[in-house]
Design a protein. Structure first.
Length: 322
């Protein structure tokens, strides 16, 4: 194995690993596809291993490629930090704008891991829940990275964004403490028949979540609460929920809600797919750090393991596996 590996080769590798598509990766790096393929072949030759399995229909990482990826991301993040520190590079001066939705849950955990791993980088957090609402900022440059259900975005929007699957997040229900189901350790979906749950209806920024809930409720006798204007901030959210006596469709990691209890849903376990999402062509060491953190947490927590018999719409399964 060589003592020195050119950062350009590692950038080519990580771009293909993120996109799993040579044409898109080449466009992201602003190079010809032939040049990108040549760099990948050179890296494979230098390392003495095959990093990608290629067919006419699919590109995927080999086990050796999976092993290399976190090392490559850390090397590139350190390289960009070094370059920025001594040359006034924009990657050092400009923070990465990251929408994590709330100061709790999958996205926030990924952000905190990235901050710990790359203390020299600046991540500016935003807390505006909903990938639908974040998508406009991603496309216009007002936001760099968000998290959420990529299948919930219109196809025309998805094609302009890149994403990396992070977690199949189990769903839960937030119940008033006095609710008859609150005494259960877990709530079967069938037990919610006849119940009305708040799903964000009326909030255009969270349309992907409301649509996922509608798919889950279909044929189960569960009703979605009537549309309500966007609720801004956790305090206002809890005030409205308590006043209206709503139960809430949520994820298993949720904000503290005094007077309410969070219970996982089972039989089957419904899953909310979470991806890191960014605009195509974005290059920033903070993005590399976020992706590395997502992969590390995913492996530690088994985040991409789907429970047997779990509920997930087919289009979500397809995009999370792509």
């Amino acid at each position: 194995m060589p003592h020195d590996i050119e950062p350009r080769l590692l950038r080519a590798f990580t771009a293909v690993a993120d996109e799993l598509h040579f044409t898109r990766a080449a466009a992201r790096l602003y190079v010809a596809q032939q040049a990108l393929s040549r760099d990948i072949r050179r890296l494979e030759r230098d390392l003495g291993t095959v990093l990608f399995l290629r067919t006419t229909r699919q590109v995927r990482l080999t086990p050796e490629g999976e092993r290399l990826l976190p090392y490559a991301q850390r090397v590139l993040a350190a390289h960009d930090e070094l370059s920025a520190a001594f040359h006034g590079g924009a990657a050092h001066e400009q923070p990465l704008l990251v929408d994590v939705g709330a100061p709790v849950g999958t996205a926030h955990r990924v952000l905190e891991r990235a901050r710990a791993a790359a203390p020299g980088l600046e991540f500016a957090a935003r807390f505006h829940s909903g990938l639908t609402g974040a998508a406009e900022g991603l496309l216009t440059g007002g936001l760099d990275v968000s998290f959420g259900r990529i299948a919930g975005l219109p196809r025309g929007v998805r094609t302009r964004l890149a994403h990396h699957p992070v977690r199949y997040e189990p769903m839960a229900v937030l119940l008033p403490a006095e609710h008859p189901l609150a005494a259960r350790a877990a709530v079967p979906l069938d037990a919610l028949a006849g119940e009305t749950l708040y799903t964000g209806a009326g909030n255009a920024h969270t349309a992907e979540w409301t649509a996922l809930a509608a798919r889950l409720f279909e044929g189960r006798g569960i009703r979605a609460a009537a549309p309500y204007p966007e609720i801004d901030g956790p305090d206002e959210f809890l005030r409205v929920v308590r006043k209206r006596g709503w139960s809430v469709l949520a994820s298993v990691e949720f904000i503290e809600a005094p007077g309410m209890v969070l219970r996982p849903l089972v039989d089957p376990v419904p899953l909310s797919p979470v991806s890191v999402v960014w605009r195509r062509g974005l290059r920033h060491p903070g993005l590399d750090a976020l992706l590395a953190a997502a992969r590390e947490l995913g492996k530690e927590g088994g985040w991409l393991a789907r429970p047997e018999g779990a509920w997930l719409p087919p289009e979500d399964a397809r995009l999370m596996a792509a």
